[in-house]
Structure formats: C-alpha cells, structure tokens
Design a protein around this ligand. Structure first.
Ligand code: HEM
Length: 542
C-alpha cells in the first residue's frame, strides 16, 4: 500500500485502486498476505440530524466565520508548556488513542488540505455530505489496521520488521537493553518512488506516522505472534487479541480519558443516543471530526523515549522531540535525516522503552492536559518528504476547525442541548467557555467572533475538558460522545466481548480480571515483565 498520512486526502477511487493493487500484488509475492479483507466502505452521518434544520444550531455561514476559525486555530498554539501543562494520564494512551482512531476512521474525501484552507471555503450541502463522505475503515474494533492488507503473514504469524544495527558503543547510538532485532514494522525496500520508499507494510499506513504509534503497531504484531507461539492457530490468536484489545479500550483507555462514571453507566446500562447496531450503520461526524480529535491536545512536544533520547540532560542524550519522532517513519519524515543517509529500517537506537510511557512504578511521560492548546510542532506539520507544509495547512488546529465548518458540525452548545434529552448533562455558559479558554488571546477571538455561545464543537469539547474535567479527562459532552461511540462500536465488532456471555480477560495480567495496555505490551515482549510484579505488589498493598 502506498504511503498514506494520518489526515491525508485521497479520492475514493484512488483508495480503491490502491487497495486493488495490493490485492493483486499479494497473489504474486512469496509471502502469504493477511486473510482479512482490507475495508468496507461505510457511511458517516450526523448523530443529531434534526439540528441541521435550524441554522442557529450551526456556525453562521460567512467569510467572517471562516476567517475567525482560522484566527482561533492559530491562537491555540501553546508557546508555554512547563509545569501545570501535564495531565496524570500516561503518554502511551495518547498514541493508543491515535491507534484506535486509525482502526475506526479514515475520512479522505471531504476536501484536500489546499481546498480546506482556501479563503472561499463554505460548508458542504447536507446532500453532498451524505452521498459523498465515506469512512474507509471498518468502524469496528476489529484491528483491521493490524490484520488488513498489505500486512505480511507467514503461516499463523504476522510479519515483523527488523531494526537496522548501528553498532554504536556510546549514547545516543545504543540499542536499549533487552531488545531483539524484531522491533520495526515490516517495510518495503528502498525505492526511488517516494510512495513506496521504505513504506510500512501494515494494515493502516498511518500507523507509521510517528515512531511511538509505529512501535505500538509492532507491539500488536508481536502480541499476536506470542499467542501463535503458544500453539494457537491464526484465527484463534486474532480473536483473542481483538477481544483483549476491546477490553483495554473499555476498561482501561475510556475510564482514563473520559469521566469514569459516564463510561461505567454506558457499559452497564447501554447507549442512550448512539445505536451502533442499527441499520444502516453510520459513524457520527460529531465524533470523527470533533470529539475524538481531543487527542491532539494530549500530544507532547518532547518525550523521555529511551536511554538515548530523553530529557535527562546526560551527556550524549537528546530529548525525543516530536520532530525526531516523525523522522524515522515513512509517512512524516521520509526516513532520511539528511538525504541518502538514512537506514533501511528503524535504527536500533530508536527502539522505544515502554516502561517510560505506562504507569508501572517508574517515572513516566505524561500526556498533556486536555485543553484548547496544542504544542508548537503541530503547527508545523510536514508532508511525506518531511518538508514543512505551507501556511495554515501546517496548523492542525486550524485544519480541525475548518474541517468541522466544512462538514456542518453543530455547535458545542447545540450538541450539549440535544444530549440533555437523554443525559442530564450541563451546557457550558459563555462565561464557562471563556473560563475554559487557554489564553486571553483565545477569549478575545471567541468574544469578537461570537463563538462564546456558538462554539465550534471541537473547541467546545476541549474547553469543557478544561473547565469540567480539570484538564484530566473529557467533560460530560466529550465523554458521552466518545464513550457511547466506542462502546457501541465494540458491541458491533466481530468477536465482540459485549456480545459474548460472561466474557472475562484470560491472558496474563498484573491485576486480576483487568487486562490493561501494559499487559498487552508485556504480551508482545516489549515491556519488561518486572513491571507486572511491581503493579501486582502495589495492588496487594493498596
Ligand atoms: C503526533 C500525533 C498526531 C498528528 C501529527 C496528527 C495529525 C492529524 C492530521 C493532520 C489530521 C487531519 C486534519 C484534517 O485535515 O482534518 C488528523 C485527523 C485526525 N486525528 Fe490526528 N494526529 C495525531 C494524533 C492523534 C491522536 C492522539 C488522536 C486521538 C486520540 C487523533 C485523532 C484524529 C482523528 C479522529 C482525526 C480524523 C481522522 C479521519 O476521520 O480521517 N490524532 N490528525
């Protein structure tokens, strides 16, 4: 599969042609390819279609609105950071969140980045949105990003790539302790055609957008192989991994990023507004274009990544900046820090040490607070060659806001009011929206644009998380949208744990009956076992 960036825009035809080319190629290459069908094309729609009938529920259609969204997006850049900028959520969950996003949604058809930032941008018609905008992922938690083509498969095992040796003897060239060669995603060889040059051979090429998500993909591939190595056939291993992944989403990820009471309520009593089992099935635009983009605020500008790339200040070490984390990926960095110098695969000094990303008793990287602020590198997005995008195309916050306008998202207040029919949730007052803003500059734009009582949905979700979730998790509207959709999708999924009577995790875990992301990483052999003993000891003491 040619490279496809997280947030890239390709036409439906181009996507289908790429899929077919992969299917054709799989017939004449020596590797057996994954049996999973790559994607069904599934629809998006509005969770609250009736809101579209009254223009007061949407942002006004005008050039001024478009310009104000650009202004608001630009002032969402965080230039400060420092203490108080972090949440208590371990940073692994940011990228697990991105991984879940890639398993569930891929919207490439609404507008190219150039069209999106064009000054004459106007919202698309309802009819156009309903007939044209398509989701190119299966919107279920079935790991199509792991098992889908062109992921190579050898018998029951998934192909894993090998890192490139550097044979260095000092930092920053050391391979982290205890790591074997099988720590990269499988890749195509070097190629003068950029779309194939070292491109990841994985079910969703966006999982090679930064090194952390690529390493998470490796963990999933290896976890599958552990299950096969224990004697399970491919299908049984896939089912077990899918189910434990669904359990991690419901019991570990959602309670950390949402209000846990809301998550518990939805899991126990069922969904109130989104029926994922209804036909025709659709994925809510309010979720994909706004609520689930909350994760952009959790991204850090630099990470304590491993013994070479960290924030210790020790001689020979460097912080793992987001820029560096884009470098050794086919999608964002082009792989060569200096043209022609890069390695064929991930260099061994860039294998992740997951114990720095999950809470297993050691200091860990924290995700940033959930608030309307994004770190600076997200205002400097790059293209597939690693070159900077131009103007507002490079500013993720601007793109999110314009995408919401283009796709006629209702305002945050309109969605909050619509949810009140089923949930007893508050609607933010204009004063609370201002309180949730991350700077005085933002308050000024919100006030001048009239956005304090008609707030763009994505911004509302982040301001609500700041005010009502104290920046530690989503507020009520964000939690309801994200948890109802993900729990609903688990219910709809193949091998769903919510449709299997008395399902309980059966794979080894630190806490009884609770299989967490850390356990999945241990299953893949990428997180040391001693973390499990420590977590169990803490549990016993607690
Ligand atoms: C370094 C990490 C990340 C980068 C560089 C990134 C970048 C992007 C870009 C450029 C887009 C397209 C924007 C547009 O033109 O509309 C996008 C879309 C999106 N992002 Fe991210 N993102 C990252 C992490 C995350 C995380 C952590 C989450 C959630 C937890 C997330 C959720 C989404 C969603 C839901 C979409 C829409 C996807 C679709 O429907 O195709 N992203 N991201």
């Amino acid at each position: 599969m040619p490279r496809l960036r997280h947030g890239a825009t390709i036409s439906l035809d181009a996507f289908q042609a790429a899929t077919e080319s992969v299917a054709a190629r799989s017939a004449d290459v020596p590797l057996a390819f994954a049996a999973a069908v790559p994607t069904d094309v599934q629809d998006f729609d509005f969770l609250f279609p009736a809101l579209q009938d009254d223009p007061a529920n949407l942002l006004p259609t005008s050039r001024a609105t478009r310009d104000n969204l650009v202004k608001l997006g630009r002032v969402m850049r965080d230039t400060g950071g420092g203490p108080g900028a972090d949440s208590e959520i371990p940073a692994a969950y940011t990228y697990f969140g991105q991984f879940v996003d890639h398993d569930v949604t891929l919207e490439t058809t609404s507008a190219t980045a150039d069209q999106l930032v064009h000054p004459d941008l106007v919202p698309q018609s309802l009819d156009h949105i309903r007939t044209t905008i398509r989701n190119l992922r299966t919107a279920t938690l079935d790991l199509d990003s792991v098992y889908g083509l062109p992921a190579p498969r050898n018998g029951g095992r998934m192909g894993v790539g090998r890192v490139s040796p550097l044979n260095g003897t000092t930092k920053p060239l050391l391979r982290p302790r205890g790591k074997d060669d099988r720590n990269d995603v499988p890749r195509e060889p070097r190629n003068t055609d950029l779309t194939h040059d070292r491109a990841a051979l994985i079910g969703d090429p966006r999982n090679d957008e930064n090194t952390i998500i690529a390493q998470l993909q490796v963990a999933f591939l290896r976890a599958h192989n552990t299950l096969v190595g224990q004697g399970r056939p491919f299908r049984e291993a896939r089912k077990l991994l899918r189910q434990h992944y669904q359990h991690v989403v419901i019991s570990d990820f959602l309670p950390r990023i949402c209000d846990p009471t809301i998550v518990r309520n939805i899991v126990r009593r069922g969904n109130r507004v989104y029926d994922a089992l209804a036909e025709p099935f659709f994925l809510p635009l309010e979720y994909a274009v706004a609520a689930y983009r909350f994760g952009h605020s959790m991204i850090r500008a630099d990470y304590d990544f491993n013994l070479n790339f960290n924030t210790s200040g020790e001689p020979g070490t460097f912080p793992a900046t987001l820029g560096l984390l884009f470098t050794f990926t086919a999608l964002s960095g082009g792989f060569d820090p200096v043209p022609g110098t890069g390695t064929d695969t991930l260099p061994e000094n860039w294998i992740i040490e997951w114990e720095r990303f999950v809470d297993v008793g050691k200091p860990f990287n924290k995700a940033r607070r959930l608030d309307p602020k994004l770190v600076e590198p997200l205002f400097e997005l790059r293209d597939i060659t690693g070159a900077p995008e131009a103007g507002d195309k490079a500013r993720l916050a601007v793109r999110n806001l314009l995408r919401g306008y283009l796709l006629r998202l209702p305002t945050g207040q309109a969605v909050a009011r619509a949810l009140q029919a089923k949930w007893d949730n508050p609607v933010l007052t204009p004063a609370q929206v201002a309180q949730g803003a991350a700077s005085q500059e933002q308050v000024q734009v919100l006030t001048e644009a009239g956005f304090l009582d008609r707030t763009p949905l994505w911004y509302y979700i982040l301001a609500e998380a700041n005010v009502l979730g104290q920046g530690q998790h989503l507020g009520p509207v964000g939690s309801i949208l994200v948890a109802e959709v993900l729990v609903g999708l688990v219910r709809r999924s193949e091998d769903s744990i919510l449709r299997t009577r008395n399902w309980k995790p059966s794979l080894p875990s630190a806490r009884p009956n609770k299989f967490e992301l850390a356990d999945l990483l241990r299953l893949g052999g990428v997180l040391p076992e001693r973390g499990r003993r420590k977590a169990a000891a803490v549990e016993a003491e607690g």
